[in-house]
Design a protein around this ligand. Structure first.
Ligand code: ADP
Ligand code: MG
Length: 448
């Protein structure tokens, strides 16, 4: 067996054991550098990979190697860079590559985002429990993990995981009935059903399922009647041995206004939390995100981003999107100095001043040359709808304001309008460098 054959065999084994995202992140561009007697030296592309393999995968690697060559004792790692650097002449490609993702027809009819899969979820110390529980549920539900309750701060992967369960179940067992909804949607549909006298339909929609996934359950708490309905939905499912999965931004005991009977139901299942990732996991997530963009960013810049963005993964994605937007505008980014300039508004958070809603509304209206009155009016002209949505977006992204509060500030609108505006602008800015730049300019003025 040559070194290459041996390593291919090892990779074949590891690929089955670790998640796909972890596998490509940590084992791509590795190889056997040298084998002498009982010692093997593994070549890795950079310092992060080296550290990670030593810390996390060393035992696994040794064990796999010994399966093939029992005499192996020592395994060490060396950095051999330049394994797959983009060449100067290779143009940077930036189109979004949605088409690379295989979409099952049934997925198109569900509210699940096909990108949120177990394969694209990077596992590290901070989330391995939640990942394992989610996987267990998708393979063998209504088990002892019922309900499965996942909680964490914002942007750490709850929605990704709960949807991954849905996607996984849909793909594997197509005869199962599954429903995913945010608690906000559950609430809206319930209220709607009451109004239209279609409550029976509503009940069936949520109770007649093998697996019910409710995202952000904390928002159900302030609404008594909806809570009551959810309690009965939950009981029906539970009694029929159906699986329920919930996510929340805090554990059940900290959800205010949650009825005791629901709280004890939630606590009776499996509670897992996700904490902040470490730098290696950040980096792996960054690389995972980058894969979808067909874009190569030099590894020192990646490391810089991973080390400097600490709060949540949305922020990390924000950083990445900034870099992408700049490359799309043909501004090449090659130096760290450039990167730090671009990321200035994200990093060095402490310098941010506290904005208030009025300042945001005022800045946005000035920027677009319309009046504050127009922004908060009921008017639907495009010239004012867009600034209005941007104002709501900024209240969320810069002040982390609640959706009901945002709606309130902007002409007493409904919280669903605020949610819609935030999501719409976030999505548009990601694909449209001009809009992205406008928002950056407004922010610059706000923080000036
Ligand atoms: P939450 O619901 O907890 O607020 P999300 O699931 O919306 O967080 O995650 C925010 C973003 O970060 C999503 O794009 C998600 O795909 C990504 N993300 C979070 N955790 C991971 C992970 N471990 N691996 C890959 N992507 C992740
Ligand atoms: Mg979420």
């Amino acid at each position: 067996m040559t070194n290459d054959q041996l390593w291919q065999a090892i990779l074949g084994e590891l690929e089955i054991i670790v998640s796909k995202a972890n596998f490509t992140t940590w084992f791509k561009n590795t190889g056997i550098e040298e084998k002498s007697g009982r010692d093997i030296v593994v070549a890795v592309p950079n310092a992060f990979t080296k550290e990670w393999l030593e810390k996390k995968y060393h035992k696994l690697i040794v064990r796999s190697l010994q399966n093939f060559q029992p005499e192996v004792r020592g395994v060490s790692y060396v950095i051999k860079s330049n394994q797959s650097k983009p060449t100067e002449s290779e143009p940077i490609k930036t189109e979004f590559s949605e088409s690379k993702i295989r979409i099952h027809p049934q997925l198109l009819n569900s509210d699940l985002n096909p990108r949120y899969t177990f394969d694209s979820f990077v596992v590290g110390y901070s989330n391995e429990m939640a990942f394992a529980a989610a996987k267990a549920v998708s393979e063998n539900f209504a088990s002892s993990y019922n309900p499965l309750f996942i909680y964490s701060e914002v942007g750490l992967g709850k929605t990704h995981l709960i949807q991954a369960i849905g996607n996984c179940v849909l793909l594997q067992k197509r005869d199962l009935k599954i429903r995913y909804a945010t608690s906000e949607r559950f609430t809206t549909e319930f209220v709607d059903a009451l109004r239209k006298k279609q409550i029976l339909e509503f009940k069936n929609r949520y109770r007649d399922n093998d697996i019910l996934l409710i995202d952000d359950i904390q928002f159900i708490a302030p609404k008594e009647q909806t809570q009551g309905e959810f309690f009965h939905t939950f009981n029906t499912l539970y009694q029929n041995n159906k699986q329920v999965v919930l996510t929340s931004d805090r554990p059940p005991r900290d959800i205010r206004a949650l009825e005791n009977r629901l709280r004890s139901r939630f606590e009776g299942g499996m509670l897992v939390d996700i904490s902040l990732p470490d730098v290696e996991t950040w980096l792996a997530i960054l690389q995972e995100k980058l894969k979808n963009e067909n874009l190569d960013i030099p590894s020192n810049i990646m490391e810089y981003i991973a080390r400097n963005i600490k709060n949540n993964i949305r922020e990390l994605e924000g950083a990445l999107n900034k870099i992408l937007a700049f490359t799309k505008m043909k501004e090449e980014i090659h130096s760290l100095k450039e990167t730090s300039r671009i990321l200035k508004t994200l990093i060095n958070e402490p310098q941010k001043k506290n904005l208030n809603f009025q300042e945001i509304i005022k800045s946005v209206s000035e920027f677009y040359g319309i009046s504050v009155k127009e922004i908060i009016s009921k008017g639907r002209r495009q010239e004012i709808v867009k600034p209005r949505q941007i104002a709501m977006y900024l209240m969320r992204s810069e002040c982390n304001a609640s959706y009901p509060a945002i709606g309130q500030q902007v002409g007493g609108r409904d919280h669903t309008t605020a949610i819609h505006s935030y999501k719409q602008i976030e999505q548009l800015a990601r694909n449209n460098p001009e809009l992205f730049q406008e928002i950056e300019n407004i922010k610059e003025r706000l923080y000036a």
